[in-house]
Design a protein around this ligand. Sequence first.
Ligand code: OAD
Length: 240
Amino acid sequence: MRGNKVRQGINNIVILTGAGVSAESGIDTFRSAGGLWEQHKVEDVATPEAFARDPDLVLRFYDMRRERIQQVEPNAAHYALARLDAAWSGNLLLVTQNVDDLHERAGTQRLLHMHGEHLNAWCSACDERHLWRGTLIDRPACPACGIAGQLRPDIVWFGEMPYRMDEIYHALNHADLFVSIGTSGAVYPAAGLVREARKKGIKTLELNLEPSHGASWFEESRHGPATELVPAWVEEMLGG
Ligand code: OAD
């Protein structure tokens, strides 16, 4: 049986997700429209330099994205991964590059956001983070230190260090299977995780709409929409 074959010798799983897993919920991927991200070049909105140069543009852009993610719902791929998380008795870590909250809304608990979260604001005056559903363009005061105008989106911009890399490498060091879902493999260090996995002899699987930049590194690739591929794979893992 395929399910048994897939599960053979697998206890510990690391799953990496990207924008493709949220695409069918109605959130644009980053590289879908010729390198433009909702009409903006990434470097105009997603770098510390862009924020220093034109904070209004950057804050308005992220305010829009923050509002948008609160209007969409998790899809079958998010729910399937939450089901796997709940049922899998071995170690499992879902590492997402996504800054939306759709994995947690679907119920995944063993989850880590390596590129930050839209629904967090980070105060550069006192370093506190706060759950944030509203806007930042109006330069609100930090609820912790009271200083206005110092809150920024808690998003890892280009040139900044992704979060919790030690935990990610630790999980990968103990994994038997690395699965990459809905990511183009264009942004490091996330894009390099498959190579780390291969060096350690870990099984690797890609689930993506099309072959990613790193497709040749994966032992197995399956191509199609996440809402079809992910539930089918989870079904195999849990044995039908
Ligand atoms: P990309 O936009 O680069 O890639 C999305 C991938 O998902 C592509 O390979 C698509 O083919 C695939 N895809 C699209 N629709 C899909 C679907 N319905 N089912 C399955 N796959 C689908 O997004 P990421 O790889 O996530 O960083 O981008 C990585 C990082 O670059 C992001 O986290 C962001 C960005 O700049 C930061 O914000 C720091």
